[in-house]
Write a protein that binds this ligand. Structure first.
Ligand code: NAP
Length: 248
């Protein structure tokens, strides 16, 4: 029975992943910044959990990096140890507003990258001496190439992806897996203002199932759904002199 801490536990994708893990007999500790939402999700998970499974939570703004180590300690104490960490929180910046405001750009980079790097470091230093564990974080296909429509978000996710690549290389010989999840478009509150039509849009349940499977398989980098690997392969290979003229 795995013990799993989820940062950004109120995210639609994370909530679906938590349900799948609970259905598999795991114990779960959720960290989110909205106390009401955290409690509602935990209540639902408790109904689904068996008597030996533990469901715990903490309320925190994950931009407060100073609290990260204490949050991991709380999760460890509550669950009696940790086997998996899922880092799922994030925000979708208003690109146009960011272009006008350095402060807003840096705040978005903080939420989508620096707070994630902090948690990755704390979790790596937790699992490394124990010689086991899995660190899973949700990056994005947006981090594979900068585009004018969302390069602040893309740059933050690109930083997370590259940091995780290095972390994976550091921890490979130590028995700790580092799993980078790269979803394409997902129908969640984050994308509420988008028109969601066509096969490129996935449900959070689909992405959550991919996350649970990627952790079980101890995968390295997983595009979700799978076809994004090939879409991004093409996008990454468009020469820059052509790419810079495209409206993407
Ligand atoms: N939806 C997509 O198309 C898509 C595509 C690729 C990658 N992703 C990534 O998938 C992950 C999950 O997003 P989602 O699609 O499930 O969207 P979501 O339901 O809107 O979840 C985002 C979550 O991040 C939390 N959050 C934001 N800032 C936080 C902070 N400072 N401290 C604590 N929690 C914070 C939000 O908390 P509140 O509930 O309190 O607001 C919310 O629970 C994100 O990393 C996102 O970038 C999403």
């Amino acid at each position: 029975m795995k013990r799993i801490v989820i940062f950004g536990g109120t995210s639609a994708i994370a909530e679906c992943a938590a349900r799948l893990w609970v259905a598999r007999g795991c114990s779960v500790f959720l960290v989110g910044r909205n106390a009401e939402k955290v409690e509602a999700i935990c209540d639902d998970l408790r109904v689904r959990a068996g008597p030996s499974q533990k469901i715990g939570s903490a309320v925190a703004d994950l931009n407060d990096h100073e609290k990260h180590a204490a949050l991991v300690k709380s999760a460890e104490d509550e669950l009696g140890g940790l086997d998996v960490a899922l880092i799922a929180h994030g925000s979708l910046p208003n690109q146009t507003e960011c272009e006008k405001s350095v402060a807003q750009t840096l705040a978005e980079i903080n939420t989508n990258a620096l707070s994630v790097l902090s948690l990755l470091t704390v979790m790596a230093n937790y699992f490394e001496p124990r010689g086991n564990g899995a660190i899973v974080a949700i990056s994005s296909v947006a981090g594979d190439r900068g585009r004018k429509s969302n390069y602040v978000y893309g740059a933050a996710k690109g930083l997370v992806t590259l940091f995780m690549q290095g972390l994976r290389n550091r921890l490979a010989a130590k028995g700790v897996v580092v799993v980078t999840i790269k979803p394409g478009f997902v129908d969640t509150p984050m994308t509420k203002d988008f028109e969601k039509k066509g096969f490129l849009w996935a449900k959070p349940e689909t992405i959550a199932a991919g996350i649970v499977q990627a952790e079980e398989r101890r995968s390295d980098v997983v595009y979700l759904p799978w076809f994004w690997r090939y879409i991004m392969l093409i996008i990454r290979h468009i020469p820059e002199r052509i790419f810079k003229r495209l409206s993407l």
